[in-house]
Design a protein around this ligand. Structure first.
Ligand SMILES: [Zn+2]
Length: 256
């Protein structure tokens, strides 16, 4: 079995051919974590997750949604969590990539308050972090050993990955590992503990080689698996099984 731990197949980029995309997932025997990022995205992810036992839902408010009224958004998210069964909280975190992005003074409390929700509702968390390593580490440190975090589309250093693993977290490897120039991600992939590794697509983004530049979809995860298998000197099936079992453990999917 293959577990794509980060898919946005519910989003509008797939409105014209979602059925075909899902058929390709089915043929591969895939499970999908459908990851929300906004109030409307959370609804869509949840509704799609109801369609199959192979789909799961994560709900959260992405840092690019951070605004002055972040408290209102957190309360609304908590209402959602009370009324909808989800397997994870996310994607949440910090994104300092864009100069005109939301202010840190909104992003940081929005992130912290959602971490508190994860603690309260005992949910694992899918973390988005971009150009914000130190602040991310500062926010997450107090939750080490209390909340399980998944470092989504990991793009940091090997040293940082080892820090996160020490905190009990998982490192999710995405399509960027297939890029020729992604030396550090390949190094992370080669050296982290296999029982802490997850795989994901983040589709429609971060499309692996040979489709780089086109829209990504969950079934393209096979190119990421192929690259990881080469790096680790294992078979594709071994990588699939290891990361599948890790995902079930990370998301507390006991029915498996
Ligand atoms: Zn995402």
């Amino acid at each position: 079995m293959i577990f794509d731990t980060h898919s946005h197949l519910f989003s509008e980029e797939f409105d014209n051919d979602r059925e075909e995309c899902l058929q390709r997932c089915k043929e591969l025997g895939m499970k999908l974590m459908l990851v929300g990022y906004s109030h409307s995205g959370n609804e869509k992810a949840y509704n799609m997750a109801q369609l199959s036992n192979n789909f799961y839902c994560s709900a959260g408010i992405h840092p690019d949604q951070a605004r002055k009224n972040y408290l209102e958004d957190v309360l609304r998210l908590e209402e959602f969590l009370k009324t909808h069964k989800v397997e994870a909280l996310g994607e949440i975190g910090l994104d300092y990539h864009y100069d005109d992005g939301p202010a840190k003074e909104y992003q940081i409390p929005l992130f912290k308050l959602q971490m508190d929700l994860a603690l309260k509702y005992k949910l694992p968390v899918i973390i988005h972090t971009r150009d914000a390593w130190q602040d991310t580490l500062n926010v997450l440190s107090p939750y080490a050993g209390k909340v399980v975090c998944i470092m989504h589309c990991y793009s940091g250093s090997l040293e940082m990955a080892k820090e996160f693993i020490k905190m009990g977290f998982y490192i999710a490897i995405g399509g960027a590992v297939t890029f020729k120039n992604s030396k550090e991600i390949k190094r992370v992939c080669a050296n982290i503990d296999l029982d802490r590794m997850l795989i994901e697509t983040d589709c429609p983004y971060i499309t692996p080689t040979p489709y780089r530049g086109k829209r990504n979809e969950s079934s393209y995860i096979i190119y990421t698996i192929d690259e990881i298998a080469k790096i680790r000197g294992l078979s594709q099936l071994e990588i699939e099984n290891i990361t599948y079992n890790n995902a079930c453990k990370a998301f507390n999917l006991t029915e498996e």
